[in-house]
Design a protein around this ligand. Structure first.
Ligand SMILES: N[C@@H](CCC[C@H](N)C(=O)O)C(=O)O
Length: 281
């Protein structure tokens, strides 16, 4: 039987969304998700997101498969898309009030809020900074990983690691445009110091409130934007004294506003989420 879907994107990071509210089990297997995400033989996307029933402390549950079929803990651009998808399913699209959801993810409960103008602000929770939490074996389990040397492709890079529920490895460079992402990305992703692989962000500091970023995503490769990655980049830049707690992150697909709040230590991400088309397959 054909399954209805909606294709959304957040700054060009694109997802197939499936209304899975009838069952706690995703309607597609990881192998089917790979087929659906294929840009030549399928619909084409960086991942498939399922809107599942909520649990004790949540309105809904989000699960996501990357385009390689692996299952990440969280997805920042994806959860903004999910919020817009849910508002449409509930017939609340275009609501003039702020609309908020509690979404259970493998990284805990995450709270997106849709503003009347359509932007979505997400309370992404607190970043996890200890090596065991990333996870990485680069330093002792109870240490933070800030500007630590790591050899990749015959070069020593100073890396900072942050988990936003999912793992991120950040390297600050003078010019992001000069980085051969397709070559370095997979080397970092599969480096033995990252037992669950990693997302990889190269960051150019333009000013205390402006970062430029290019990303290689675990399980998806080069993407036009990564929400958890942008949050991790600001946290890494704050930890290493490179930027303020509120900054704009410019990605190939557009910009995200990120704040690492001093008040509650949560990271807040604001950006768009747009419907591309609907269909069934
Ligand atoms: N694009 C996402 C992150 C998706 C998951 C990532 N590929 C992983 O495996 O951790 C975002 O916007 O955060």
């Amino acid at each position: 039987m054909a399954i209805p879907f909606a294709k959304y994107h957040g700054l060009g990071n694109d997802f197939i969304l499936i209304d899975n509210r009838h069952s706690p089990e995703p309607s597609l297997t990881p192998a089917q998700a790979i087929e659906w995400c294929d840009r030549h033989f399928g619909i084409g996307a960086d991942g498939v997101i399922f809107a599942l029933p909520g649990q004790i402390d949540s309105d809904y549950t989000m699960r996501i498969f990357n385009s390689d079929g692996s299952e990440p803990e969280m997805c920042g651009n994806g959860i903004r898309c999910l919020a817009q998808f849910l508002s449409t399913l509930e017939g609340k699209q275009g609501n003039v009030q702020v609309l908020s959801y509690r979404i259970q993810t493998l990284a805990g409960v995450i709270i997106p809020q849709i503003h009347p103008q359509g932007q979505v602000t997400v309370d992404m929770g607190t970043p996890r900074l200890l090596a065991a939490e990333i996870p990485t074996t680069l330093v002792a389990a109870d240490q933070k990983v800030t500007d630590q040397p790591l050899q990749v492709a015959d070069q020593i890079w100073q890396v900072t690691c942050v988990s936003m529920g999912n793992p991120h490895c950040i390297v600050f460079v003078d010019d992001v445009a000069a980085i051969p992402l397709e070559i370095l990305g997979p080397e970092f992703e599969h480096h033995p110091v990252f037992p669950q692989r990693t997302n990889m962000e190269f960051i150019q500091v333009v000013g205390l409130d402006l970062l430029k970023m290019r990303v290689w995503e675990r399980g998806a490769g080069v993407t036009l934007a990564c929400g958890t990655g942008a949050c991790a980049a600001v946290v890494a830049a704050v930890l290493t004294g490179r930027c303020d707690r509120r900054a704009t992150v410019e990605l190939p697909g557009g910009s995200l506003e990120i704040e690492w709040s001093l008040a509650d230590q949560h990271v807040y991400m604001t950006g768009p989420a747009q419907l591309v088309f609907t269909g069934e397959r």
